[in-house]
Design a protein around this ligand. Structure first.
Ligand code: NOJ
Length: 677
C-alpha cells in the first residue's frame, strides 16, 4: 500500500495514511475559592475537596459531603460547590482528577506522565485536584476535527446542557471564537494606528491596550506576585489606571471614576485603600482607628486625590461631557457634592496640609512607597502634582465662568510656581523634597540618590519648568539615568547614606525603588520628551521598555513579550535588564498615555482635539483612526522633511485650518484629516 508522495516544491515526503491521535486537555482547580486560604490553610482546604468522573467530565466537589442538605440550607455558611472540566465532540478515552497522578513523581508540566504514558482514571480525595481528559481521534489524510474542552462552575444539569451545545463543536467553536474576536476588536477599535514601527503598532493597537484593560479591571487586587489577596483598591493606582482606557471606553472609565470620587473623604483627601465592600457615605476614614486597623493604612497620603485632576480632565476632554462636572456624588464618609466641588476639596486638602516650607506635606507617602519624608516632609513630586492640579482646575473654573475662583487659582498658581522654583531647583535638576527634619533629598551634592527621575519629567508634564530648565534636567536624565532598558528611578542607589525614611534601602541595589528601572515612570518620561517636541528621544524611551521591541533579548527580559512589568533591574544588579511583576502594573496606563498624548500627539482639550505628534524623523507618514466624541477621524500625518515635531498645515475634510487643532464643532460623522509636520 502506498502511504505518501514526494512534494517537489517543498522537498519533503508527505505521508498519506490515517493517523490515530490522543488529545489531552488539562486544567487545575483551586481547592478553596478563597485563594489565600488555598495557599495557607491546607489542613482545611485539602480536606473539603474530591473529584468524580461523570461520563464527559471530571467534576470537582468542594464540600461534597454537604450534598445531603436540603436546598437553601448551609453548614457554617457553606454548601456544595461543583466545578467541571468537560469534553464535547468526542468520547472520553481516559481521565484523571488528581494533579500529582497526572504529572507523576519528580515530573513537571513539561513531561506529565498522564500524557507520556496515558492516564489511569485516578480521582482525588483530599489531594490537589485537576481535570484531565483525553480522547483518541482517527483522522484520514486531509481530514480535520474540532473538539471542545470546557471549564466551568456549574451543577450537573447546567454543565450537561453546556457541554451538549458543543457536541458538533466545529461550528459552535468557530462562532464563539469569532464573537470573542469581534468583541475585542470592538473594544480596541476606538484608536488604531499604522506607523512605520511594527512594535509600536502592536503595543498601541493591541497589547498595551489589553494590558490597560486588565489593570483597569483588576487594579492590583488579583495577583499572587503583587500583594496576594488585597482587601481593596489602592486610590492612586486605580485613579491612574483609569487613564489608560479613557480613549477606548470612556463611559466604562467614567463609571470607575465616579466610584473613586465616592471614595474621597469630605475633607478632600482620598481613602488610601478603598475596600471592596466600599459603601459611599458610610465609610470610616484614616482619622478613625477602625479604618487604620482594618486596612493597615495609618494616614492619608499626600498624592491620592491629586491624581483625580489629570484623570477627570482626560475624561471631560475626550468625551466633551462637561455635564459630568455637575454630577452630584457622595463622599466616602458623609455628605455629597458635585464633581467640580469634589475637585475643589482635593485642592483644599493640600492647602490644609502644608509643610514648613509651604509645600504640600508628605503625610504618609507620595507616589513612591519607599520615600517616607515624614508627616511634615515635603515632596517635590507632590508639589508639582499640586501645581498641575491648580492649572487644570483653573481651566475648569474658566469653562464654568467661575470668575472669583479662577482668579484665586491664578494667584495660587503663581505663588506655588515661585515657591517650588525657589525651593526645589538645584541648578541643573529638581530635587526630590525635604524630610520633616529639614534634610534636602536629591540635591546634586548628595552622595547617594542625587538625581531622581520623576521630579524632572513631572516638572515638564505639570508645565512648571521653563524651557531652559526642562532641556537641562531632561538632558541630565538621559546622561545619568538612562540605560538600554529604560531610565532608572534615581542614581546612585541607597546603600550607606540612606536617610531615615529612605525605605528603598531595604531592596538590593538596582531593584524596584532602589535605582531599579521603575517602568511606570518611563511612561511619564515618554510624555515629557514628547511635550518638549523631542520625538527621537520619546521614541527611544518607548523602545527601551516596550515588550514587543525586546524579542531579540527575551532571555534577558524574561517577562512575557507582550505585557509590561512593574520594573526592570537596573545597572547595579547582576541581572540588568530582567523584568518583573507583570500585567497588573501602572506602567500600562502611563506608557499608553505617553504614546497617545505624547508620541502621537492626540491631546484633547475642552473645545476639541490638538494634534501635535512628536515622532522619530524616519516616520515620513503614518495614519491614525480615532473615535472622538462619537465621530470618526481618519488622520494621515505626512512628514516629508523628517521632522521630530512641528506644524506645517492641517486640512479637515479638504478645508485648511490655521493651527494643529480640530475644533469639535467642525467635525462631521466621518472626517478625513491631513496633518503636515
Ligand atoms: C506600587 C504601588 O502600588 C504604587 O501605589 C506606587 O505608586 C508604586 N509602587 C511606586 O512606589
Amino acid at each position: 500500500m502506498k502511504y505518501g508522495y514526494f512534494d517537489d516544491k517543498n522537498r519533503e515526503y508527505v505521508i498519506e495514511r490515517p493517523r490515530s491521535l490522543t488529545l489531552t486537555g488539562y486544567a487545575e482547580f483551586t481547592n478553596h475559592s478563597n485563594y489565600e486560604q488555598d495557599q495557607v490553610n491546607l489542613q482545611y482546604s485539602l480536606f473539603i475537596g474530591r473529584t468524580l468522573f461523570a461520563g464527559n467530565r471530571v467534576v470537582q466537589q468542594v464540600h461534597g459531603n454537604l450534598d445531603a442538605l436540603p436546598p437553601e440550607e448551609q453548614v457554617d455558611g457553606k454548601i456544595v460547590t461543583e466545578r467541571f472540566f468537560g469534553l464535547s465532540g468526542a468520547p472520553v478515552a481516559a481521565y484523571c482528577g488528581d494533579k500529582a497522578s497526572f504529572l507523576g513523581g519528580y515530573r513537571s508540566y513539561g513531561n506529565p506522565i498522564g500524557v507520556e504514558r496515558g492516564m489511569e482514571n485516578e480521582l482525588s480525595y483530599n489531594e490537589n485536584a485537576c481535570g484531565a481528559l483525553s480522547c483518541v481521534l482517527t483522522l484520514e489524510p486531509g481530514e480535520s476535527r474540532t473538539v471542545a474542552f470546557l471549564l466551568g462552575e456549574k451543577y450537573a444539569e447546567e454543565a450537561e446542557a453546556l457541554l451538549s451545545q458543543y457536541e458538533n463543536s466545529a461550528e459552535t467553536v468557530a462562532q464563539e471564537l469569532s464573537a470573542l474576536k469581534e468583541d475585542w476588536e470592538g473594544r480596541l477599535s476606538a484608536l488604531q494606528v499604522q506607523t512605520p514601527d511594527p512594535a509600536f503598532n502592536s503595543m498601541l493597537n493591541t497589547w498595551n491596550a489589553y494590558n490597560c484593560y486588565m489593570t483597569f479591571i483588576w487594579s492590583r487586587a488579583a495577583s499572587f506576585i503583587y500583594c496576594g489577596l488585597r482587601n481593596g483598591y489602592g486610590y492612586r493606582d486605580t485613579v491612574q489606571d483609569i487613564q489608560g482606557v479613557i480613549h477606548l471606553v470612556p463611559e466604562m472609565a467614567a463609571e470607575k471614576l465616579r466610584f473613586m470620587l465616592t471614595a474621597q473623604v469630605d475633607n478632600g483627601g482620598g481613602l488610601p485603600l478603598v475596600k471592596f465592600t466600599h459603601n459611599p457615605g458610610h465609610e470610616d476614614t484614616p482619622d478613625d482607628a477602625s479604618y487604620v486597623q482594618e486596612t493597615g493604612h495609618p494616614a492619608y497620603r499626600a498624592d491620592d486625590a491629586l491624581w483625580l485632576f489629570p484623570t477627570v480632565y482626560k475624561y471631560l476632554t475626550e468625551t466633551g461631557n462637561t455635564a459630568f462636572l455637575d454630577e452630584v456624588l457622595p463622599f466616602a464618609n458623609h455628605g455629597e457634592a458635585s464633581v467640580y466641588e469634589h475637585l475643589k476639596r482635593a485642592i483644599q486638602f493640600s492647602l490644609d496640609h502644608l509643610g514648613p516650607h509651604g509645600l504640600p506635606a508628605g503625610l504618609y507617602a507620595d507616589w513612591n512607597d519607599c520615600l517616607r519624608l515624614g508627616v511634615q516632609g515635603e515632596s517635590s513630586f507632590v508639589a508639582m502634582q499640586f501645581y498641575y492640579a491648580l492649572v487644570i482646575q483653573k481651566r475648569l473654573a474658566d469653562w464654568k465662568g467661575d470668575a472669583d475662583y479662577s482668579a484665586a487659582l491664578s494667584a495660587q498658581t503663581e505663588t506655588y510656581s515661585r515657591r517650588i522654583q525657589q525651593l526645589c531647583w538645584d541648578g541643573d535638576r529638581f530635587i526630590r523634597g525635604f524630610t520633616e527634619k529639614g534634610e534636602r533629598i536629591g540635591a546634586a551634592a548628595d552622595p547617594e540618590a542625587n538625581l531622581w527621575l520623576n521630579p524632572q519629567s513631572w516638572s515638564v508634564i505639570s508645565t512648571l519648568a521653563d524651557h531652559a530648565q526642562a532641556e537641562r534636567s531632561m538632558e541630565q536624565v538621559h546622561a545619568r539615568l538612562n540605560t538600554p532598558y529604560g531610565a532608572e528611578l534615581m542614581d546612585p542607589p541607597y546603600h550607606a547614606h540612606a536617610f531615615d525614611g529612605a525605605l528603598a534601602v531595604i531592596y538590593n541595589p538596582g531593584v524596584k525603588e532602589n535605582a531599579g528601572i521603575f517602568s511606570q515612570s518611563q511612561g511619564w518620561l515618554i510624555l515629557a520628551e514628547a511635550l518638549l517636541g523631542h520625538g527621537e528621544r520619546a521614541f527611544e524611551y518607548f523602545l527601551e521598555n516596550a515588550p514587543a521591541a525586546q524579542n531579540d533579548r527575551a532571555e534577558v527580559r524574561v517577562l512575557e513579550p507582550y505585557c509590561y512589568g512593574q520594573f526592570t533591574e537596573g545597572r547595579n544588579s547582576p541581572h540588568f535588564g530582567r523584568s518583573h511583576v507583570h500585567w497588573l502594573t501602572g506602567t500600562a496606563s502611563t506608557v499608553m498615555v505617553g504614546c497617545v498624548e505624547g508620541i502621537l500627539g492626540l491631546r484633547p482639550d475642552l473645545g476639541g482635539l490638538r494634534l501635535e505628534p512628536a515622532v522619530p524623523g524616519s516616520w515620513k507618514e503614518f495614519t491614525m483612526d480615532k473615535c472622538f466624541r462619537g465621530k470618526k477621524l481618519h488622520i494621515r500625518v505626512e512628514n516629508p522633511e523628517g521632522r521630530q515635531s512641528g506644524f506645517h498645515g492641517l486640512w479637515l475634510n479638504g478645508e485648511a485650518l490655521s493651527a494643529p487643532y480640530l475644533p469639535s464643532e467642525l467635525l462631521k460623522e466621518e472626517n478625513e484629516v491631513l496633518l503636515r509636520m
